[in-house]
Write a protein that binds this ligand. Structure first.
Ligand code: FAD
Length: 324
């Protein structure tokens, strides 16, 4: 049986969140997991996908689908699901993964289960699931009954694990049948400075909280994020104050992040914030308060004023880059 997995790209590589989704898909796709990639066929990272057990990569080239068009992507997945006779469609629990699978649920009239950590086929049209509720504060056991299981994967709870032996992978160019209405919503360009890695998939996130002091205080954090090849994330205080847009919020009511490094600057570490960053591999806190709750979650901490520490870090990195 084939299982289809939507794979998002981060530059030329599969996004880390998608590799996590592929790892979970392998557990239920025996013997085959097929990836669906929206890109030029020359840009499909086939060897990286093969390393995660993908045997078939269906590429949907830009053409009329130029940009990100959630309903059209879902329509393409629906067509492929029928063609391949798949039993499940998975995506990473990112903004795009959730949005596309929600559209797929609407198109097919089937239920969709979000933020799953375990999915086990249980015979017939049944899958047993464990999934996050309340931003992962609660785990729910659930049964999904549907001819096609639609599942997003809780990216902060499933590790990306390559296979021991890469699969033999075949590339197929798929041309979806789309209606005009499928293309009504399309994101064809990003604002300057909004490109690069998304918060959900970034390998480095530099977080800023109330301690940053105001909207103007974020320039050094932006610079540091740029030097580390990462992006800026923020606490809810920051978005509530209107210092930064909500799409940058990390937490229970924001984005869940799974970077290699989360540098939390001037963030106290409220439980609702931790719900969004607990999946980070390493946390470094910069805080003036040695009793701040974030310290209980941090691997390292700098007790100090971020307005001094962050520029000093950036200067050291700039210097290191010059020497390197
Ligand atoms: C239903 C609900 C959902 C929520 N969802 C979210 C969510 O998704 N994400 C989220 O973040 N919050 C969320 N919150 C809010 C959360 O409870 C906290 O209020 C919020 O996270 C606090 O933000 P903060 O850490 O920036 O601010 P504060 O708690 O005020 O902490 C500021 C920190 O900065 C430090 N500091 C101050 N000045 C400096 C300096 N110069 N240098 C270094 N450190 C300094 C202080 O010591 C302090 O630790 C939610 C709350 C509720 C009720």
């Amino acid at each position: 049986m084939t299982v289809l997995a939507l794979v998002e790209l981060d530059g030329a590589e599969p996004a880390d969140a998608s590799l996590r989704a592929l790892t979970l898909a392998r557990g239920l796709g025996d013997p085959s997991v097929a990836a669906v990639v929206f890109a030029d066929s020359a840009n499909v990272p086939t060897s990286a996908l093969a390393g995660y057990g993908v045997t078939d990569a269906y590429v949907i080239e830009p053409g009329s689908l130029h940009g990100y068009a959630p309903q059209a992507w879902a329509r393409a997945l629906a067509g492929l699901a029928t063609e391949t006779g798949t039993t499940a469609v998975l995506a990473a629990g990112t903004d795009r993964g959730h949005e596309v699978l929600a559209h797929l649920g609407a198109i097919t009239g089937l239920p969709m289960a979000a933020n799953c950590t375990h999915v086990t086929p249980d015979g017939g049209q049944t899958h047993r699931l464990v999934r996050h509720r309340w931003a992962g504060l609660l785990l729910e056991d659930a049964v999904l009954e549907a001819p096609l299981a639609l599942v997003t994967v809780a990216t902060d709870s499933v590790a990306a694990v390559p296979t021991e032996t890469p699969a033999d992978i075949q590339l197929h160019v798929h041309k979806p049948e789309l209606a005009e209405a499928d293309l009504v919503v399309r994101a064809v360009e990003s604002l300057a400075g909004a490109g690069g890695a998304s918060l959900a998939t970034a390998r480095v996130v530099v977080g800023g909280g109330r301690g940053v002091g105001g909207p103007d205080g974020f320039a050094p954090l932006e610079e540091l994020a740029g030097l580390l090849g990462g992006v800026v994330g923020v606490s809810r205080v920051v978005t509530s104050e209107g210092w930064r847009p909500h799409k940058q919020q990390v937490g229970q009511t924001g984005t869940k992040i799974t970077p290699e490094l989360y540098l939390a600057c001037g963030i106290s570490g409220a439980i609702q914030h931790i719900a969004g960053c607990a999946g980070a591999k390493h946390i470094i806190a910069i805080n003036t308060d040695p009793g701040a709750p974030i310290l209980a979650h941090a691997d390292y901490a700098v007790i100090g004023d971020l307005h001094q520490v962050v520029p000093a870090l950036a200067a050291a990195l700039r210097e290191g880059n010059k020497e390197g």
